[in-house]
Design a protein. Sequence first.
Length: 269
Amino acid sequence: MNPFQLQEDVPHPLPKPIEGLHEIGPPPFLIKTFEIVEDPNTNHIVSWNRGGASFVVWDLHSFSTFLLPRHFKHSNFSSFIRQLNTYGFRKIEAERWEFANEGFLLGQRHLLKSIKRRASSFASSSIHDPCVELRKEKQLLLMELASLRQQQQTTRCYIKAMEQRIEGAEKKQRQMMSFLASAMQSPSFLYQLLKQRDMMRLKEIEVEVEERERGSPMSELEALALEMQGYGKHRNVKEEEDMVVERELDDGFWEELLSNESLASTSSY
């Protein structure tokens, strides 16, 4: 018996293909959209919602201006919506751009291959209605226009608020310059002004103390606190003069300063 003949008669097992070698991966559109939503750095623009069962485009302007050109080489949001519809995504909120698909879930990238592209509506010309497509396109454009108008209104309010802040800062600067000019012309102007303001505040505190004494007896702790602040019975004139330079110049100080005609005469001293 020929031993070589026996080896030739033994059947050899056929090689098996590697598992998943010929599987078709998810479409590039789904992969890019999944990566956009997964990116935590853009959660203020687009992010997952409902526990990862849907995603929301929060900032339509930034999404169309920055993210679409970076990943899809265009900035047409309506085209992006049409692509979502092609792959079976549903818009689940009427007042915002929120979409869902059973195969598009948080952290489950492997499910993307289960999302199939719908058959083209042009496959059957007998049921294709161009008016329906035009109405859908019109609805998308109207929603995009409404979003842009809202962003424009927000921008206008922001600009108006900034203009008011700038105007207020300029007004305070003019008041300060006028005050400095008056102080330079009369060295005693600032001292007289602050002294008068300090006396007015002292009178208000004294009135409050008198009212409290008439209404209910003051506790020893309250009396001690007032005395430590310099408003007790043992306050002397030297302490009053020292407190003048420690008074804060608040926002209402400048208006009162320039509108107080009774102080105009002090500038001549």
